[in-house]
Write a protein that binds this ligand. Structure first.
Ligand SMILES: *[C@@H]1O[C@H](CO)[C@@H](O)[C@H](O)[C@H]1NC(C)=O
Length: 203
């Protein structure tokens, strides 16, 4: 408990803003995506073009991600350093985690494309087949785990225990998001497959 009190300065507003944006982003995109799925409000705003709607959401989510990263860096700057972490081997580990995390995020974006990355399924833009190549042969959710690794890497690099705590919060928010997203998108694809099977039978 004393460790936490010494190294996580809860009185800093920047820590709260960082935690707030970490929580806000996945909640925001899940609510917007579900609303899009049921009402197609973004597609309607984009004059009936689902792709334009999805690109718009992509820009918004991407920007929110940048804001979150900036707030995280600001929060870390206001937090105390833990000297025992301020060592070369820790910095090396930090760099490896940060780099590998980014490799997972960027290669999965590359593999999925813009609509695959940014909730295209909710707009009715479905992938033809499940992507199974790297990085999806390592984990089902390379973007979430990669992003978490980058957060941990940054925390270790600056030797900030508060950053480790925020990274754990990032992971928790992603795990909660997955509990909403995975069954929902699985059902979107199951529906498509049922419709495909039905139309095959008709022929
Ligand atoms: C995943 O795929 C990549 C590239 O195809 C390959 O080099 C790597 O060994 C694979 N990893 C696993 C765990 O299968």
């Amino acid at each position: 408990m004393d460790f936490v009190k010494t190294y996580i300065d809860l009185s800093q507003d920047s820590l709260k803003y960082s935690a707030l944006s970490i929580a806000f982003n996945p909640i925001f995109w899940n609510i917007v995506a579900r609303l899009e799925y049921t009402t197609h409000f973004l597609t309607k705003l984009a004059l009936g073009k689902p792709r334009c709607g999805c690109y718009t959401l992509a820009v918004i989510i991407f920007s929110l991600g940048i804001v979150r990263d900036l707030l995280y860096e600001k929060a870390l700057r206001d937090q105390p350093i833990y000297e025992a972490l301020d060592l070369l081997p820790v910095k090396v580990l930090a760099a490896v985690l940060f780099a590998y995390g980014n490799v997972l995020v960027l290669t999965s974006m590359w593999a999925l494309g813009v609509t695959g990355t940014y909730l295209g399924d909710y707009f009715g833009i479905l992938m033809d087949a499940r992507v199974t190549g790297f990085p999806f042969n390592i984990t089902d959710n390379p973007m979430y785990y990669g992003s978490t690794m980058s957060f941990v890497g940054t925390a270790l690099w600056f030797a900030k225990p508060a950053g480790i705590a925020l990274s754990a919060f990032v992971l928790v928010m992603y795990l909660i998001a997955l509990r909403f997203e995975e069954p929902f998108t699985a059902e979107i694809y199951a529906k498509r497959d049922r419709e495909r099977a039905a139309s095959k039978k008709e022929k």
